[in-house]
Design a protein around this ligand. Structure first.
Ligand code: PLP
Ligand code: TYF
Length: 389
């Protein structure tokens, strides 16, 4: 019965938020959950987005339902950013979702509906929310090693081998850029090889892209999506605007589908909307409407691109500083996005919490820009002390 359910293994990243809040010390360093912070340690709403919200509040005359697709102007404006040169491909359709999580949910349920026997190849480690979303849809996961902790490099051979053993129709879950939790991204040559493998083995890529613009730039970070669309007839994309528009709690994202032809995509998307109907029916509007206003206005759009570039610059500057603090941390400068993993055991991670009020995930994953500028040296010293024990 309901009262007799087993205890839940909770989301350890979200659990960290509560743990940090409960610590009364005033020198806390929160490198847990993945939100961007500026040099002062704040997570500001980008000025372009704030202005768009102002315009939205002033001009909006109704909040009547928009329907299952959400704001179609939002997906239309986002299309060239996500799809690049494939934006004009009529075989690709997108729908607004509650964050990247909503998009992943739709992807997983669609796969289960269309090909119930398909397995999903997942490189480890991965974002801790991936397995529950996939398993929740009833899908089987096959793990392979994405990241080699000994070399601090992507283990490309493991991906190649996993793909060779896969059955045609299986799904390859890939992080589009800024790999969470390792920061270990594919090179462009590796992306081209993955695309060739997926095409040859007839695997369906499911690309999760939650940090476009945070790695090298919008186009560069979209490279993987573009080459997979070049090579493959069937592609699924789960996209999030929550980080690059700074609208986390507003839950803004999109799901994109490409199939062999326009009619098949339209039919499959009708099923996708049916799946959404069972869960949220219609996505929340506010954040997506604000993102649309930013993207549709040339001035706000270039302001926003500048703001994302500044976020990216801070990420890469902090990476450099941490890498320079100890030779053993040098690899951190070669990784991308908000996350990398420290060479620390769970015990060392807990010691950091107790002694220095430094909060990272038990896995050693840390948010590179969780640290305010004033705390970077103290953070590095604490990590080095923990490593030396
Ligand atoms: N995918 C990855 C890899 C993420 O790190 C996140 C982070 O939140 C998401 C998807 C989902 O993003 P959202 O908050 O938009 O649901
Ligand atoms: O990995 C992170 O920290 C972000 C935020 O269930 C997040 O992706 C973490 C857990 C979760 C949803 C978002």
């Amino acid at each position: 019965g309901i009262a007799d359910l087993d205890p839940v293994v909770s989301d350890s990243l979200l659990a960290l938020i509560a743990l940090i809040a409960a610590d009364p010390r005033d020198n806390k360093i929160d490198v847990g959950v993945g939100v961007f912070r500026d040099g002062e340690g704040r997570t500001p709403i980008p000025a372009s987005v704030k202005e768009a919200e102002r315009r939205l509040v002033e001009s909006q005359e109704t909040k009547a339902y928009l329907g299952g697709w959400g704001d179609r102007g939002f997906t239309a404006a986002l299309r060239p950013i996500v799809l690049g040169p494939h934006a004009g491909d009529e075989r690709i359709e997108g729908v607004q979702t509650p964050g990247g999580c909503g998009a992943l949910f739709l992807a997983a349920r669609l796969i289960k509906l269309a090909k119930p026997e398909a397995k999903v190849l997942v490189g480890t480690p991965t974002w801790p929310n991936h397995p529950p979303v996939l398993k929740g849809a009833g899908l089987e996961i096959v793990e392979y090693r994405h990241y080699d902790f000994a070399t601090r490099m992507v283990d490309f051979g493991a991906l190649r081998e996993a793909a060779t053993k896969a059955t045609p129709g299986d799904v390859l879950l890939l992080h589009g850029c800024c790999h969470n939790p390792t920061g270990g991204d594919f090179s462009e040559a590796e992306w081209r090889e993955i695309a060739a493998i997926a095409k040859e083995r007839r695997l369906t890529p499911l690309i999760d892209i939650a940090y476009q613009g945070f790695g090298r730039g919008f186009e560069e970070d979209g490279y993987g999506v573009r080459v997979m669309l070049d090579a493959c007839e069937e592609v699924l994309i789960a996209q999030s605007c929550d980080k690059n528009f700074g609208v986390y709690r507003d839950r803004v994202g999109s799901f994109w589908l490409k199939t062999r032809d326009k009619a098949a995509t339209a039919n499959a998307m009708a099923h996708v909307l049916q799946i959404a109907r069972e869960a949220w029916s219609m996505p929340p509007d506010h954040g997506a409407a604000a993102a649309r206003i930013v993207l549709e206005d040339a001035g706000l759009r270039s302001q926003w691109q500048g703001e994302v570039a500044a976020m990216r610059d801070r990420i890469n500057t902090v990476r450099r500083r941490i890498a320079d603090s100890d030779q053993r941390l040098g690899y951190i400068a070669n990784e991308y996005g908000m996350f990398s993993m420290m060479p620390l055991s769970p015990d060392q991670v807990r010691a950091l919490r107790e002694r220095h009020a430094v909060y990272m995930a038990d896995s050693g994953r840390f948010n590179v820009v969780g640290i305010a500028d004033r705390d970077i040296d103290r953070f590095c010293a604490a990590v080095i002390e923990a490593m030396d024990e």
